[in-house]
Design a protein around this ligand. Sequence first.
Ligand SMILES: [Zn+2]
Length: 446
Amino acid sequence: MLIQNGTIYLQKKEEVGDLRIKSGVISTIATGGGLEPNGEEVVIDATGLHLLPGAIDPHVHFRDPGQPEKEDLESGSRAAASGGITSFLDMPNNIPNAIDKKTIQNKLDIAAQKCVTHHGFFVGATKGNLADIQSVEGMTGVCGIKIFMGSSTGDLLVHEQGDLEKIFSNTGGIIAVHAEDENRLQERHRHFKDRTDIAAHAEYRDTECAMIATKRAVSLAEEHEHRLHIVHLTSAEEANWLPSRKGDLVTTEVCVQHLTFDDRDMEELGTRGLVNPPIRYEEDKEALWRRLHDGTIDCVVTDHAPHSLESKSVGYPGSPAGMPGVETSLPLMLTHAMNGRCKVRDVVRWMSEGPAKVYGMKNKGSLVEGNDGDLAIVDLDNWRTASDSETWTRVGWTPYDGMKLTGWPSYTVVDGEVIHLRGSNDGLKGQSIGLPGASGRAITFS
Ligand SMILES: [Zn+2]
């Protein structure tokens, strides 16, 4: 494949030029252009478009196996591809949970048949599956261990010190932690159980819940010299505390929704905005942006967790927590860039380089010769309105319904093949043209 005349986001600069992908690998980058098509090579004219490394979403819940009515690995990866995401890491709270070799292998097999993008899977920790966790360590396609320290919507939960010690002291690789303190959540529940207003959610699952668990997880990581990744950071307090404890050992992420919404949006969003940990306050949102810019936060993710609008319509507190996001995260961040919140280059750092580095993904995350030919070729001039009726996710809605966004990918490329196309005359959804299982691989982690 030859892509001509696009603005190429290289590691330190961006320049107009040509990029060639041969046998799935970026073979030549010619700033200034001049590459001639050879033979039957596919040629893309990228005049006016921006070539970014394919975005990597290291935090999704694609519901496969078990809940295909919400999402499966095909609909999820197509939704991701439509938003310029070429690799995703999927969480273990499925039916059955991915907590041992058999359930992990099953997910890898399903992905090989259905996915159009690259993929990796977390093994979930339980109180009693240490040997199972050890049995999948280093396996291709296994990105790390997920621990839920506080209960959310799934039934995986490990919060007692002894159980956590056991996992931190007897495993390798990376532990990704959902940091909310279970004891505090339980203790506060009775004070909030009669509240039906959505504002109660952030009061109930308060900053202290998150802070207690984040501090505990960091202490465990330091004590056992274990790589730790704190998922979906939400509070100013955590974000401002972490710089003192960050080194090579501890990394963290923030969700696009926590950079976009705060409490003032919650009334309008209603239960669509219900997520764990919650959407908090303006000062939290601003601190998260600051700590992204100063490098404390390593990457921007979605925590794509689809639930049907029917289940959301039950109202607070009965509705499940979680929202879809993979098809809008890159356009949303590029829109923030166009609005002056950050630079396009920052988005590349947070959504491609960052996740590749955090999880040690081989040959991914930046446009350099020799890396995999994964690209999001985006249009920063064309603004389109996100809408429930034009979504790829199986649940058929988006929390960004009605928002005008730019940076929608014109082409999403995996291993040198176009898997999603959005022409200027196409609707918002564009065309998913990857065949199930024909593109994308299980990712190798170092
Ligand atoms: Zn999650």
